[in-house]
Design a protein around this ligand. Sequence first.
Ligand code: HEC
Ligand code: HEC
Length: 342
Amino acid sequence: MANADGPSTANRVLLSIEWATISAGIVATIAVFVQSYARRPKPEVDAAAAVLAAKSSCEGGTGTRASLHAWVDGAELPAEPTAPEPTLDDALRARGAQLFATTCFNCHGVHGDGKGPLAATLELRPADLTVGTYALRTTEHEALPTDIDLFRTITRGIHGTAMPPWFALPERDRWALVAYVKSLSKAFTEDEAPPPVDIGQPPQTTPARIEHGRQLFATSGCASCHGAEGRGDGPAGTSLTTATGWPLKPRDFTKGRFHRGSRTVDIYTSLVTGFDGTPMASFVKVLGPDDLWDLAMFVHELAPAVVDQPGGLRCRKSTPATPNADELVGLRTVLRTLPPTH
Ligand code: HEC
Ligand code: HEC
């Protein structure tokens, strides 16, 4: 038989052509699959886009996603607890540890050192919670924050950064997180938070006081960082860093996005306490209360106008803020923790 020693040359050629066709087919199928996979948007990108396409709670939308949309648009969220603070005991701390490992570790890391898997993708790095230095406090410069300060930060998030608001978690869970966050730094066992600074009664804003605030802004060093018009573009503001060494820009007041809040009383509190861990100092030893109120009134005047809604939500009167990349990372992270119909 002609083929007793194996396939003839012609058959061998035919066989290799067949193999070539089959492998090309396999390669093409894989390519199509890879392409369609690459084209398919990641599910959490869709979730963020869906939130931004729907009505925000400032536009009459309801539910958690509508409030998250309002937050990304620059609205300030209510942050006060409705029930008294529970005892921060071991059971609550354990609950907090559990929640931290599922909701916060992405950014802050499992040990709270700010080195979570998402950290390197962010423009402003997550806080290192093992240090015990906090920007958002109602206590004096260099003191620890109160429990309720931490509760407020967790509830309302930090505008302009990846730190999203966690108001959708039950209040008790937010207290559990407070308990756990405190256990991450030995500062809270060595010391305790003093009572909040006494800010007294906010005085009446007048054009004369705003004008005086404008002068102080130029003469008290504020303009050197924040710029003459408060746009965050002063000459001394270009190479600032956080205490942990990450680049940080002075706030552009005309864009809003206040970390604490844009009410005159919020700004006044920030001037008294300073933002520890950042170049934003406390001015309480430099200027008297009247001058600090005048400055706060001037800064408030620069910020986008806000309308108070029932329930404590504060919505922008006009143009919403354009979300930055960090805020979108935060939005996606918080969305991933929500049940689909929340
Ligand atoms: C998507 C990233 C991200 C997630 C998730 C996240 N954070 Fe943050 N967090 C940040 C960033 C970024 C900062 C720093 C903001 C700044 O320096 O202004 C921060 C700051 C903080 C601060 C310090 C505020 C201060 O006063 O200095 C606390 C407390 C905090 N986060 C708690 C939490 C808790 C609790 C959770 C989980 C429920 C959480 N964070 C989840 C990004 C995140
Ligand atoms: C050395 C530079 C520097 C000087 C001087 C300075 N600031 Fe700031 N300020 C900053 C930085 C940086 C931030 C942003 C901190 C952050 O993002 O955590 C900031 C934030 C703020 C905020 C934002 C509060 C919020 O809720 O987000 C206000 C208000 C403010 N500064 C007002 C003032 C006023 C008024 C003065 C003058 C009395 C002043 N600053 C002087 C650097 C400076």
